[in-house]
Ligand binder design. Structure first.
Ligand SMILES: Cc1cc2nc3c(=O)[nH]c(=O)nc-3n(C[C@H](O)[C@H](O)[C@H](O)COP(=O)(O)OP(=O)(O)OC[C@H]3O[C@@H](n4cnc5c(N)ncnc54)[C@H](O)[C@@H]3O)c2cc1C
Length: 386
């Protein structure tokens, strides 16, 4: 007779995939479902790469979480014999005028055991002559961080999940009619209705549906997770550039001088990836057309010409539109559904969730299997009275 607890996980992105895998490794029976597949083009985990960093400013749980995630990424890379975390280093550029975020980060990094060096503009210029450091007073370099293969990691997690005996189905959970949707569609425990007409009943449910969380849970989540349109650009450097723009020569960089921009030089063969972290307009993750805004392109072009002068005339060789799953305070949402103790909600990555996938999976397995409480910073009741 089956005695293992059965958990249904909805969503095979960075949060749901790792949660499903870790639950399975801890002895649960797990069914994972996703409407369009792990790391699909609509999901927030889609695309080729994500930054892995520990620089996060003061008073937050994410530097420690990133330190744990770094260890776990390395563990799974060894286990799977796959290279998913590219340790090209991360250079965080700070302006002298407003660097409280970076000052606090240095202490947080040291306390969490993530290696970092403080660099002067001279040291940075020597290391990265491709960058014009005008307006930058100092920088943080994280040598053991870099970037992750995002889409490939999601697929690798599901592959490992299947090999370990998990059940994965590419089907959608049908959202009940919005008008009468009281979120109690699990109350009678007849299970959730799937797009192939079947039902999936389990002892516990985890919903990790990224930017779709508000649609599935209009009362509990609603606009607490907002999907914002984020345009991403890939510039093509010349084939004979003496100044190199690949990760063999340049680390991942983040520019906190004015608007926060970041880039990943080594994005496969896609080009020099650049994006602005400013939250874009609301976006429909299902039906939104994924074309970039010409205004964003001209701002990014101007920025690239200034900060990376050799790329002044570099053509855009690819673009991508993704969406953040933004919460009002940038913190994740990790909690039970107030009306159903056996339903967990995880999401609200807010533009920084991907790197933490394995650490979140580990934490979720503990919360669910040991019936523990999440940290206050992630609980839903923090929004009460807002
Ligand atoms: C442009 C961009 C840059 C980013 N940069 C970074 C970065 O550098 N570093 C970093 O750490 N993070 C970064 N992030 C954030 C990070 O990628 C996200 O926080 C993270 O991937 C969210 O994962 P998720 O599993 O919550 O959501 P998703 O990846 O969106 O997964 C949700 C899944 O649920 C499925 N689903 C939805 N509804 C249903 C349904 N009804 N039934 C079945 N399945 C359903 C979807 O198909 C999807 O696969 C970035 C995000 C974007 C968009």
């Amino acid at each position: 007779m089956e005695t293992r607890i059965h958990v249904a996980v909805v969503g095979a992105g960075a949060f749901g995939g790792w949660t499903a895998l870790r639950l399975l490794e801890r002895g649960a029976r797990v069914t994972l479902v996703d409407a369009w597949g792990p790391g699909n083009s609509r999901s927030s985990s889609g695309g080729e790469t994500r930054v892995m960093r520990g620089t996060y400013g003061p008073d937050q749980p994410y530097t420690v979480m990133a330190a744990r995630a770094l260890k776990l990424w390395a563990k799974y890379e060894r286990k799977w014999k796959r290279h998913l975390l590219h340790r090209s280093g991360v250079l965080w550029m700070a302006s002298g005028r407003d660097d409280a975020f970076e000052r606090a980060s240095v202490h947080m990094l040291a306390a969490a055991g993530i290696k970092c060096q403080e660099l002067s503009p001279r040291q940075m210029s020597k290391r990265c002559p491709q960058i014009n450091f005008e307006g930058i007073e100092w920088g943080i370099f994280e040598p053991e961080c870099g970037y992750l293969d995002s889409r490939a990691s999601c697929a690798a997690v599901v592959e490992a999940f299947l090999l370990a005996g998990g059940q994965y189905r590419q089907v959608a959970v049908i959202v009940p009619d919005q008008a009468s949707h009281d979120e109690n569609f699990l109350r009678n425990n007849r299970g959730i209705v799937l797009s192939d007409g079947s039902r999936l009943a389990a002892d516990r449910y985890v919903f990790a549906c990224g930017p779709w969380m508000g649609t599935l849970f209009p009362h509990t989540i609603g606009s607490l997770i907002r999907a914002t349109k984020q345009d991403v650009f890939f510039f093509g450097h010349g084939s004979r550039d003496s100044l190199k723009f690949t990760d063999a020569y340049l680390p991942v960089w983040a520019d906190h001088c004015g608007s926060f921009r970041y880039g990943i030089p080594g994005d496969g063969c896609r080009g020099f990836k650049v994006a602005d972290d400013t939250r874009g307009p609301d976006f429909d993750p299902t039906s939104g057309e994924r074309t970039v805004d010409p205004e964003t392109l001209s701002e990014i072009r101007e920025y690239v010409s200034f900060r990376f002068p050799a790329l002044r005339d570099a053509p855009v060789v690819e673009t991508r539109v993704c969406q953040y799953e933004q919460t009002p305070d940038n913190h994740f949402i990790i909690d039970r559904l107030p009306t159903n103790e056996n339903v967990w909600l995880i999401g609200g990555g807010s533009g920084h969730g991907f790197k933490h996938g394995p650490a979140i999976g580990e934490m979720m397995a503990d919360l669910i299997l040991k019936d523990r409480e999440p940290k206050a910073i992630w609980r839903l009741d923090r929004f009460k009275g807002n």
